[in-house]
Write a protein that binds this ligand. Structure first.
Ligand SMILES: [Mn+2]
Length: 282
């Protein structure tokens, strides 16, 4: 399998910015093929040319991670807010293209943290509004050769797409070659019935993958069925990235409901994780 490994900057910081440029070297020195940047709105302040040059010098590939919040939620009934989300994706992909990225992953269908009881018809209306917004985002992204990878997120963090099969359903409804899906073993461990089967079922749409421990600590020192993950990714000839994602201790960790140190040294998550994943997924 031609998997390449990356690490998400959330392992160290909340919003990646120019202050975090040393993470690029650090990632390269750890032996990763790619870095996944989560800049939040900081991307607007970063010179894409400078970043692209730095990545090229290091020989590091790059992917992006994004979220929506209540101010730019593409599924809400307020057209002004939906448009803000569509504009955000246009700007983010413009910038992303300039740094040499071509994929953005994340729960890019609704606002992170939205969790409500809704009558069925309202839930369906939200879903359809999200699909319509994604069609517009996809039209723009396709022109740039960019791909949006929708990530199912567990029930405690979002109330729209929690499982692989829901993400497949959204891909099929949107029906645009630039609107695809990703999976994350941390979320799959909570929501999916059989991790291998769901990976295989996602074959047509799966373009990105987060290789996380079930507790967000070191992958391999956990109970994810990595042998089954490896078999399933090989069965579908997966060729994308495998990205380690965790959350820096302190404020960033609290954002992800992590209330205890997962490791003594935060660098152990990517360093030890990569060592394990290179043997486990191949
Ligand atoms: Mn993830």
């Amino acid at each position: 399998m031609k998997i390449k490994f990356g690490v998400n900057t959330l392992v160290w910081v909340l919003d990646f910015s120019e202050k975090g440029f040393s993470l690029l070297e650090k990632t390269k020195n750890m032996g990763f093929d790619a870095i996944e940047l989560t800049p939040g709105d900081e991307f607007r302040k970063m010179d894409p040319e400078k970043l692209h040059k730095k990545l090229d010098e290091l020989g590091l590939e790059v992917s992006l991670c994004g979220i929506f919040n209540e101010s730019n939620d593409i599924s809400t009934d307020d057209a002004v807010i939906r448009q803000r989300g569509i504009d955000y994706m246009r700007d983010y992909t413009d910038w992303g293209k300039e740094i040499g990225a071509r994929i953005i992953g994340g729960p890019l269908f609704s606002a992170l943290g939205k969790k409500r009881y809704l009558p069925d018809e309202e839930r369906k209306a939200e879903w359809d509004r999200s699909a319509d917004s994604l069609k517009r985002i996809g039209e723009d992204a396709a022109k740039k050769g960019f791909i949006i990878a929708m990530e199912p997120i567990n029930r405690f963090e979002i109330d729209m797409i929690n499982t692989a099969s829901q993400a497949i359903q959204m891909c099929e409804q949107v029906d645009n070659p630039s609107i695809k899906m990703m999976l994350d073993t941390f979320h799959m461990n909570i929501e999916d019935i059989n991790i291998g089967d769901e990976i295989r079922a996602s074959k047509k749409h799966l373009v990105h993958f987060h290789t996380c421990a079930n507790h967000r600590g070191v992958p391999g020192n956990d109970h994810i069925p990595w042998g089954e993950v490896n078999k399933a990714l090989n069965d579908i000839d997966y060729e994308g990235y495998g990205v380690i994602e965790s959350f820096a201790q302190g404020e960033v960790a609290a954002f992800a409901n992590i209330w205890r140190p997962l490791v003594e040294d935060q660098d152990d998550i990517p360093r030890e994780g990569l060592k394990f994943l290179r043997k486990a997924l191949k």
